[in-house]
Design a protein around this ligand. Structure first.
Ligand code: SAM
Ligand code: SF4
Ligand code: SF4
Length: 376
């Protein structure tokens, strides 16, 4: 294996000043490629209790790593205010993420505040959360009571030894499985389980995972290992293409292709078929998310809010726009909502579509922000 090069550029400092337009754009908000703004992913902490090598490798995120100081984090009131303004401009779905969102103290209180928001049409929001599951058994019931609708749990294998190696902090798989059960029991349904597949590391867990979750009411999705951030030493030869995942699944289970559940959906859905060859809902479905081999930028309606309040227009962006400066500088709701709208209108990002044609740009990669900061 080649030597790991760990870049030293800390891109969190590179926030852009946000222009506030004199006249806020009105009407349906579309970006420069005609994509609406529907989803907001909010990173509530840049810290994590795991050290997954593809996200927060131990060599970089060690005891010397400088996490954001507490005063830099958006408060729950600031997050809720921004979320309300995003919702006023078309967002209907909020996803809390991180880092590990369940490490943020009082997260249930934030969920409660967000659950009280309504769309301009008076509808409640679809509020969900992505977690590594370590604290889920303890928190599932209170999160559901606070207004959380669903959860997605990341789980990269069932064999304890493989799982401990992937989280790199020796965390036992049994506790995450208990968290998934607790979420299911608390009605955070349908619980989704995301498995990042790394060729040569956990690909042998694909079929055991599919067997385990088939018929359980839990939807398993396989995610291609992505070149996010700048520290994971990503290599294309460690990506197992989704088409290969589906081929391996089909060798054991009859699967039928399903329609996307919603426009802009990232997962390609496959239903487990019953004896009649048709999808049997009791057996459930699996999904594949082909972020590398099959770009879905055309339907990408996601904005991201970093832990310290910067708006990112793409997971692979190298710079965010400093909404916190507006909040703390005393800007009014109209000015902030106008700035959000103007930034979205100028958005032309489509990194995954361009990935294959981009030169192997070591510097560009080094400038990318980490997923733990921007929110996965
Ligand atoms: N800590 C939480 C968790 O792991 O679910 C939330 C944050 S994590 C950054 C969000 C998701 O990003 C997880 O499902 C994780 O597996 C995924 N992820 C992180 N790095 C990735 C990479 N290099 N390629 C693909 N997915 C990745
Ligand atoms: Fe932590 Fe999630 Fe990143 Fe793993 S993927 S290191 S659990 S933030
Ligand atoms: Fe959206 Fe950027 Fe991912 Fe494309 S690469 S799907 S624009 S986040």
């Amino acid at each position: 294996m080649g030597e790991r090069v760990i870049p030293l550029i800390d891109q969190r400092a590179a926030a852009r000043w946000v222009p506030v337009p004199a006249f806020a754009p009105t009407g349906e908000l579309l970006d420069a490629r005609g994509r609406p703004l529907h989803d907001l992913r909010i990173s509530v902490t840049d810290r994590c209790n795991f050290r997954c090598s593809y996200c927060m490798p131990k060599e970089v995120f060690d005891s010397r790593y400088q996490y954001l100081p507490h005063g830099d984090l958006l408060s729950f009131e600031e997050i809720t205010r921004l979320a309300r303004l995003f919702v006023a401009r078309g967002v209907t779905k909020l996803r809390l993420t991180g880092g590990e969102p369940l490490l943020r103290k009082g997260i249930e209180r934030l969920v409660g505040q967000l659950a009280a928001l309504r769309t301009p049409g008076g509808e409640p929001l679809d509020i969900t959360l992505t977690t590594n599951g370590a604290l889920l058994a303890r928190k599932a019931a209170t999160l559901a009571a606070a207004g959380l609708r669903r959860v997605t749990v990341s789980l990269d294998g069932l064999q304890d030894e493989v799982f401990r190696r992937m989280n790199d902090v020796q965390f036992p798989v049994a506790e995450v499985l208990a968290g998934i059960e607790a979420a299911h029991a608390a009605g955070l349904a349908p619980v989704k389980v995301n498995m990042v597949v790394k060729r040569g590391t956990n690909e042998h867990e694909i079929l055991p995972m599919a067997r385990h979750f088939r018929g359980s009411g839990i939807t398993l999705r396989f995610i291609e290992y992505m070149d996010v951030g700048a520290t994971n030493g990503w290599r294309m030869d460690e990506v197992l293409p989704s088409a290969e995942v589906v081929r391996r699944l089909q060798a054991e289970f009859p699967l039928v292709a399903l329609d996307p559940a919603a426009p802009g959906e990232t997962a390609e859905r496959w239903g487990h078929a019953g004896a009649d060859g048709r999808h049997d809902p009791a057996l459930g479905e699996v999904g594949v998310i082909s972020s590398v081999t099959h770009a879905f930028c055309g339907g990408c309606s996601r904005a991201r809010l970093s832990t310290d309040g910067r708006m990112y227009l793409c997971l692979f962006a190298t710079q965010g726009y400093d909404l916190r400066a507006l909040l703390r500088g005393g800007a009014g709701d109209e000015a902030i909502a106008g700035a959000i709208a103007a930034l979205w209108q100028g958005r032309a990002d489509r990194y995954s579509e361009l990935r294959a044609s981009l030169p192997a740009d070591a510097e560009g990669g080094a400038r990318r922000v980490e997923m733990s900061y921007i929110g996965g």
